[in-house]
Design a protein around this ligand. Structure first.
Ligand SMILES: Cc1cc2nc3c(=O)[nH]c(=O)nc-3n(C[C@H](O)[C@H](O)[C@H](O)COP(=O)(O)O)c2cc1C
Length: 329
């Protein structure tokens, strides 16, 4: 359990925001297997105000079961961010709203948003002050451990300033903007952030296993963790981490048939909920299939077959043909 502002969240293991991945289908499958708190994919504040409404509505698509949840906003200008935040709150109910100061994508940096805000603390704190003064929900920030170089002192100072500007929690990806998603996770920097503030701090980075989840908590003293790539094709991971951390229990390995059935259900949710062109939808489905099929026998031959299927029905048929041991091809 973690308290963010006055909101109590029933877990400290969150499913991370992942653009292009953490859509409604992904979250529903994760929740059915134990995730208790999720994020929507990030929303660009300008796309809410000026972009096609269809796209934002599709990102913010949700159901009764898909709660509690947080939204994340990308942008730079405090007024535009506030307009975007209000629009989000008019569409969905969220436990808190997060500001993205972590995205390393070139097109985002070009607009001086995402992790660029690490270089521009005044702007970041300006956004925070504007949002916290006007919104009825807690505001949080996702940061990285530095821009080009790790900067422990700098990031701890920035964290303190975020807290002073009204942030009610911090999510820290333990890599710099330059590292992207590769390389070592800087546990020392996350620990320094944790020690510099009095609000909850969540660690993110390489939560791929139960031991890496424990390592994040032990080495940083953080209040909670974000599970990101470790949950792709592996919706069981959050419950497994909780069982390991809190009950000392190692859950049995997920067998082949269970994986196949959950993949089928995941695709069925996508067929029902994903709003895209037929070819866009098939592309998303193929991506999801590959997440689950990692480590299957004869994975490279299966991947080849996956690349050729272009409809939901054919994908279900292909999954039905997969046999443990690689036969049935
Ligand atoms: C495909 C992808 C999309 C992501 N999108 C977002 C995003 O929209 N907002 C965000 O704050 N972080 C985003 N992240 C970062 C993750 O939330 C997480 O901090 C990062 O992947 C490190 O965790 P991991 O090493 O356990 O994957 C994304 C990561 C991936 C792989």
């Amino acid at each position: 359990m973690v308290k963010i502002g006055s909101t109590t969240i029933p877990t400290k293991i969150f499913l991370a925001p992942m653009a292009g991945c953490s859509d409604l289908s992904f979250r529903l499958i994760a929740r059915e297997h134990g995730a208790k708190f999720c994020f929507f994919e990030m929303v660009d504040c300008n796309s809410i105000t000026y972009g096609p409404k269809r796209k934002v509505r599709s990102i913010l698509r949700t159901t009764e079961e898909d709660a509690p949840i947080a939204a994340q906003l990308l942008g730079r200008n405090p007024d535009a961010m506030l307009r975007g935040a209000k629009e989000i709150l008019s569409i969905v109910k969220v436990s808190f709203l997060d500001i993205n100061a972590a995205c390393p994508a070139k097109k985002v940096i070009k607009k001086r948003a995402g992790s660029y805000l690490l270089k521009d603390p005044q702007e970041l704190c300006g956004i925070l002050k504007t949002l916290t003064a006007a919104l009825p929900v807690p505001v949080t920030v996702k940061i990285r451990t530095g821009y080009d170089e790790p900067d422990i002192k700098g990031i701890a100072g920035l964290a303190k300033n975020c807290e002073k500007s009204g942030a009610k929690a911090l999510f820290v990806h333990g890599r710099t903007r330059l590292q992207g998603y590769m390389g070592e996770v800087d546990y020392r920097a996350i620990k320094a952030v944790k020690e510099s503030v009095n609000i909850p701090v969540f660690g993110s980075g390489n939560i791929f296993s139960l031991t890496l989840a424990k390592k994040m908590l032990d080495e940083t003293g953080c209040d909670g963790i974000l599970v990101a790539r470790g949950a792709l094709g592996n919706p069981w991971i959050i419950k497994q981490i909780e069982d390991f951390l809190f009950n000392g229990r190692l859950d049995p390995l997920i067998d082949f048939e269970t994986k196949k059935n959950v993949l089928k259900k995941h695709l069925a949710y996508m067929e029902r909920f994903k709003e895209s062109t037929p070819s866009g939808k098939a592309g998303h489905m193929r991506k999801v299939m590959l997440w689950y099929l990692r480590g299957f026998p004869k994975a490279s031959r299966i991947r080849e077959k996956v690349s050729l299927v272009n409809s939901y029905e054919k994908m279900i048929e292909l999954i039905g043909q997969l046999k443990n041991g690689g036969r049935g091809e």
